[in-house]
Design a protein around this ligand. Structure first.
Ligand code: ARG
Length: 486
């Protein structure tokens, strides 16, 4: 059993059941590398502030780098958490006289909050990368389907004709808002709590700004009590991820429906479909079903975190430890789902004929017919709407029927007011319907092409911004792990 370096003063031996119950060591695996970086930044600052000697600095840094290289697997696991595990290993390696200085002016409370913020930053950049790639695919497939006619739905009933290009671009725009929310969360996450210690800071002359800078943060969480007490950044990230998952689940659900025999609009590439162990004919959209399901997992993580944090007294409580695994599971699920949906979409086979055939089914051009009547005869739109409604009920959309019904409502056949057979033919033509809808944001080919062009430009600048953000974090890590001063 590992000697417990933090208990041995105040407490007698620890019940093994309690020890196993309170430890976060397994869940801390992903925080290991961040904890090493936090240790290195803290150590450097302690030396700069002349709180520890150059010799102690060098010994501890060298050993921390060594512990980092050996990795998480070599840490003791029968301790409270990764922070204690690293300090215990350091003590075993260099002895308490020097290792005993690492934790000066620091608590696990500010330490873990710093680690989690760093881990979240990296995850958010991975998420951003995945979203940008899904957006690229959506733009590409949208551009390929500018003139692919399909029925648009409201209430899952055929409503008006549109194009697949317009539909895919709608999902692009939803993802753009998800991305913006993720960037806003990144900005609030990217602040350092380090130096807050347990909650009341410390009497040691720490330089909080310098550790924040060394760790790539763009500022500190100033109030030391606030710094260790809050997980609002986690809740925010989980809310962002939940919104994103809702976007993905809606797209997934539609692709699942569209790949059924009833719809037959799309087919998943074999590479992304599964079959049945008993029904040899089956082709199941498993990745999309799991994306739909993982939406529940992510929302569950958000709900759990909200409830854990609710009414929690200030400042730190171990309840906060219980939030971290939810964050880890949910953010990983969100990244995985974005990636798999991208792959499914990239390879999706589109049945353009079937989509076009269904584009006019269910009188999808009825709105345009009512508009045409109002435009050509000056009959108010509401009256035209009623006339077309009755025509649809009769089930015959020709000039004769329109005239008969129209006469009952306005006293004259509509052709006497200016409606022609060619007006009717044009109104019922699906492509004409789409071409006419060229107001800003509409499905007309020219409008969708314009939107794609603007979004391509925006996407390029987002990708450049992402690589700058990635570089900043890589440089930070490289500097801290640099061996040259020891
Ligand atoms: N494992 C803890 C966590 O994840 C670290 C902080 C523990 N602090 C404490 N005072 N027990 O939150």
């Amino acid at each position: 059993m590992t000697q417990n370096i933090i208990r041995k003063g105040r407490l007698m031996e620890f019940d093994e059941r309690a020890s196993r119950f309170i430890t976060s060591i397994a869940a801390d695996e992903w925080l290991f590398r961040y904890d090493i970086l936090v240790d290195l930044a803290h150590l450097k600052m302690l030396c700069k502030q002349a709180i520890i000697s150059q010799t102690t600095y060098k010994t501890l840094k060298k050993t921390l780098l060594y512990i980092n290289e050996r990795g998480y697997a070599f840490l003791p696991k029968d301790v409270d958490d990764v922070h204690v595990a690293i300090e215990t290993t350091l003590t075993d390696e260099v002895g308490p006289a020097q290792a005993g200085w690492l934790h000066v002016g620091r608590s696990r409370n500010d330490e873990v909050a710093t680690c989690i913020r760093m881990a979240v930053r990296d995850k958010l950049l991975l998420l951003k990368d995945a979203i940008l790639s899904l957006q690229s695919t959506l733009l590409k497939r949208s551009a390929e389907n500018l003139s692919t006619v399909m029925p648009g739905f409201t209430h899952l009933q055929h409503a008006q004709p549109t194009t697949l290009g317009h539909y895919l671009l709608a999902h692009y725009d939803a993802l753009e808002r998800d991305l913006t929310r993720s960037e806003n969360s990144y900005d609030r996450t990217n602040k350092s709590p380090l130096g807050a210690a347990a909650f009341a800071s410390t009497g040691w002359p720490l330089d909080r700004d310098s550790t924040a800078l060394a760790l790539g943060f763009d500022g500190i969480i100033e109030n030391s009590m606030d710094a260790v007490s809050t997980r609002d950044f986690v809740i925010e990230v989980l809310a962002t991820a939940s919104n994103l998952m809702i976007t993905l689940s809606r797209l997934s659900e539609e692709l699942i429906l569209w790949s059924t025999s009833e719809f037959g609009y799309v087919e998943l590439d074999d590479k992304f479909a599964s079959t049945s162990s008993i029904m040899p004919q089956k082709k199941n959209p498993d990745p999309l079903e799991l994306t739909r399901a993982k939406t529940g997992t992510v929302i569950g993580a958000l709900t759990a975190s909200l409830v854990i944090c609710k009414a929690l007294p200030y400042s730190y409580n171990l309840d906060l430890q219980e939030v971290t695994p939810h964050l880890h599971q949910a953010i990983n699920a969100a990244i995985d789902c974005v990636r798999i949906v991208q792959a499914v979409l990239e390879t999706l086979v589109i049945n353009t004929e079937r989509l076009a055939d269904m584009g006019s089914v269910g009188f999808t051009t009825a709105t345009e017919l009512a508009d045409t009547i109002a435009r050509t005869t000056s009959v108010p739109f509401r009256t035209a709407h009623t006339i077309v409604g009755e025509v649809v009920r009769i089930g015959k959309c020709d000039l004769d029927t329109i005239n008969q019904v129209g006469k009952r409502h306005v006293g004259k056949p509509l052709s006497l007011l200016g409606l022609t057979a060619s007006d009717v033919r044009e109104a019922l033509d699906v492509s004409h319907n789409i071409a006419k809808r060229n107001v800003t944001g509409g499905p007309a080919e020219s409008e969708v092409a314009r939107m794609i062009k603007a979004r391509r430009k925006h996407l390029r600048s987002q990708k450049r911004r992402l690589s700058l953000q990635q570089n900043t974090l890589q440089m930070m890590e490289k500097d801290l792990l640099d061996h040259s001063d020891v």
